[in-house]
Design a protein around this ligand. Structure first.
Ligand SMILES: Nc1ncnc2c1ncn2[C@@H]1O[C@H](COP(=O)(O)OP(=O)(O)OP(=O)(O)O)[C@@H](O)[C@H]1O
Length: 320
C-alpha cells in the first residue's frame, strides 16, 4: 500500500526523520514509537503536509511525493490534534468533509449519517462540535476520516483520551474496517496494547529512524520451539525433572514455565514429565515471545524512550 525510501525531514536543527525506508503492506500496521520519535512527521510527510528534504516512493500505486494531492484524495486521515469548525454540528462537520471529498450534497449527508451510526454517534450528532467531550471528538475525527470511503486510513493516536470501554469500541471498529471492508490502516500509537489487539504488522520508530519492521506473528514466534506450561502449586520438582532431561526451563514472573526444545506438537512428552514429577498441568500451549519485551529492548538504547511506551494487559497479567 505504501513504500517509501530514504525519507528525511528536519525542523531547523531537529532531525525528525532520518533516511526512513519502510513499506506498509495491506492490513493493519502499528506505527509505534515514543513521544517525538517522528510518527506524526512521517504521516504528515506521506500526505504532503510536511515537506521532506529527501525520499521517494509510492502510496496506493501513486508516485510519492509527486502526486500527494491525488494521494490525499484516497486516504482517510485522523490527525492527532483537534480538527473541527466551531459552530457546526457533528453531522454538518462530517457532511462538509464528504462534500469536500467530492460527494454531492444529498449523498454526502446520507453517507455522513451512515458513518456516524457506525461510529456510534447518536443524538449528539445534532450538537455543536465545540460542546463535544474528548471521546466524542475522537469519534468525530474518525467519522470525518472515513466518510469518503478511502481504501487507506491513517490514524494518528485514535485512542488517546478514551476510557477503557471507548478504547475497546474504537479498536473493534478499526478491526472491522480491515476485516470486513478490506481497508488498509496505519495506526500510529505509543500504546502497545492497541498494537497487540488489532495489528498484523508493526513498524517502530525511535529518534526518527526505523528500528523494527515485521509481522507480529514473526516477532512472537520463538527462535527455538518452546512450550509454555502453567502448573497448579509448586513447580520445583517438575523444573528439576525437565532439566534432568536436558531442556532449559525458564520460570516466568507469574510462575509459569517456558520449556525450550520441545516441539509444540509433542505435548505427550510434557504430560509424561508432569506425571513423573507429580505435577498438575493447568495450561499447556506453544510459547510466544513477549511483544512488550521486544519493544522495550528495541527502545532500551534510549531509556527515556522505553519509559514512554505504554504497556497494558500483557505486562500486568504476568504473561511473557
Ligand atoms: N512543526 C514542528 N516544528 C519543530 N519541530 C517539530 C515540529 N513538529 C515536530 N517537531 C519535532 O520533530 C520530532 C518528531 O516529532 P513528531 O511529532 O513527528 O513525533 P511523534 O512520534 O509523533 O511524537 P508524539 O507521540 O508525541 O506525537 C520531535 O522532536 C518534535 O519536537
Amino acid at each position: 500500500m505504501v513504500e517509501v525510501s530514504g525519507v528525511s525531514k528536519r525542523y531547523g536543527t531537529i532531525q525528525a526523520l532520518s533516511d526512513v525506508t519502510i513499506a506498509f503492506p495491506p492490513g493493519i500496521t502499528g506505527l509505534l514509537g515514543p513521544n517525538g520519535s517522528g510518527k506524526s512527521t512521517l504521516i504528515k510527510a506521506l500526505l504532503g503536509l510536511a515537506r521532506t528534504h529527501q525520499g521517494e516512493g509510492q502510496v496506493l500505486g501513486m508516485p510519492w511525493p509527486r502526486d500527494v494531492r491525488a494521494i490525499r484524495d484516497s486516504v482517510g486521515y485522523l490527525p492527532e490534534d483537534d480538527c473541527y469548525i466551531a459552530g457546526l454540528t457533528g453531522i454538518e462537520s462530517v457532511a462538509f468533509m464528504a462534500q469536500l471529498s467530492g460527494l454531492p450534497g444529498t449523498e454526502g449527508l446520507r453517507r455522513a449519517h451512515e458513518i456516524m451510526d457506525f461510529c456510534d454517534i447518536g443524538e449528539e450528532r445534532y450538537r455543536e462540535v465545540e460542546t463535544y467531550s474528548t471521546g466524542m471528538r475522537q469519534k468525530l475525527k474518525f467519522a470525518q476520516a472515513l466518510v469518503h470511503d478511502p481504501p487507506l486510513l491513517i490514524l494518528d493516536e485514535p485512542t488517546t483520551g478514551l476510557d477503557p470501554d471507548q478504547r475497546k469500541a474504537m479498536l473493534s471498529r478499526i478491526a472491522t474496517l480491515a476485516r470486513t471492508h478490506q481497508k488498509s490502516i496505519i495506526l500510529s500509537t505509543h500504546i502497545l496494547h492497541d498494537v497487540r489487539s488489532v495489528c498484523q504488522q508493526v513498524v517502530m520508530l525511535v529518534h526518527g529512524q526505523v528500528r523494527l519492521s515485521d509481522s507480529l506473528a514473526n516477532l512472537q514466534r520463538p527462535s527455538a520451539p518452546t512450550m509454555h506450561v502453567t502448573v497448579s502449586g509448586d513447580s520445583d520438582a517438575l523444573v528439576a525433572h525437565i532439566e534432568r532431561q536436558g531442556h532449559t526451563v525458564t520460570v516466568q514472573r507469574d510462575g509459569s514455565l517456558k520449556i525450550e526444545g520441545v516441539d509444540p506438537t509433542d505435548t505427550a512428552v510434557v504430560w509424561k514429565w508432569a506425571a513423573d514429577a507429580g505435577a498438575a498441568i493447568r495450561r499447556l500451549q506453544p510459547a510466544e515471545n513477549s511483544l512488550d519485551q521486544i519493544f522495550f529492548d528495541v527502545a532500551r538504547a534510549e531509556p527515556a524512550a522505553a519509559e514512554q511506551l505504554s504497556y497494558g494487559p500483557e505486562a500486568s497479567d504476568g504473561r511473557s
